[in-house]
Design a protein around this ligand. Sequence first.
Ligand code: G4P
Length: 297
Amino acid sequence: MENTFGEKKLHIQWFPGHMTKARRMMEANLKLVDVVVELLDARIPRSSANPMLQQLIGSKQKIVVLNKTDMADPDQTRAWLTWLKKKNFTALEVDCQKGRGVKALVTAIQKAGEPTLEKWRKKGVRNRSIRVMIVGIPNVGKSTLINRLLGRNKTVTQNKPGVTRGPQWVILGKGLELLDTPGVLWPKFDNPETGFCLAVTGAIREEVFDQEIAVHILVQRLMKRYPQELCANYKIELTTEDTVETVEEKIALSRGWLQAGGVADKNKTIQMVLRDFKSGKLGAFTLEIAPKTGGEQ
Ligand code: G4P
């Protein structure tokens, strides 16, 4: 999708080499499971998905889960869920940090695994568990979800130096076994829009993109879609004359961030806006609007 807003474009310096090992491991582990839980970031459901996954999982059951819903626009989360369901996906929302929606996810996994169990029962196998794996791009909340599913807040397992081990199955109870190692999907950067979405939500490290451009685009979007929240948060007022530059200046001035000569400290402002957006402090925003149901994307 080309940027139609006359916005700057964000270039990502991404070298996917280090993802190759994670990808191979995920592909091997996928073969072992009956149900795949694809975790997406509710703020960017399109950019946090990797279309290759469908190819990799073939006909296995998949559940699409929108995470970080506490930081997303609730109307948009609903709209995305409606659209996903219309596309015949089993889809639900969670907030892994607080644990909201996790019980419903367990129920959905059990339901998704039922056809597999039925197949086994027909073969006379009665005590087979449904095997589940969580997959998603970096930082989408996979480990947090695994810890939630296991009911504790610590990392599940840690590799001890010198001790190699294969995949570990953790019994979740109720006939469910979870692979303790999540599948790491590589983020895709097929256009500048995706790069922008991944950058400002924290899916990629800050060193690989230009923060100034990213925040410029972000402020421009917020001015259009969430102006009230932007003003309330930074105690500023917007006029029709405002540009991204003047808004960034107003934010700096409202904080009293002046450099020598009374010039607004742009750098400090950029860092703060990025941090506030990433953490949800700025408000619950969704960057990618759900396609209208009824029409195609
Ligand atoms: P990953 O395994 O997919 O790489 O992601 P991980 O679970 O490590 O989560 C990445 C970050 O996202 C963590 O924050 C985690 O707390 C946060 N997170 C996960 N789920 C949610 C959610 O539903 N809502 C919110 N607001 N945050 C979520 P962090 O800053 O890296 O660490 P920390 O906050 O745990 O210290």
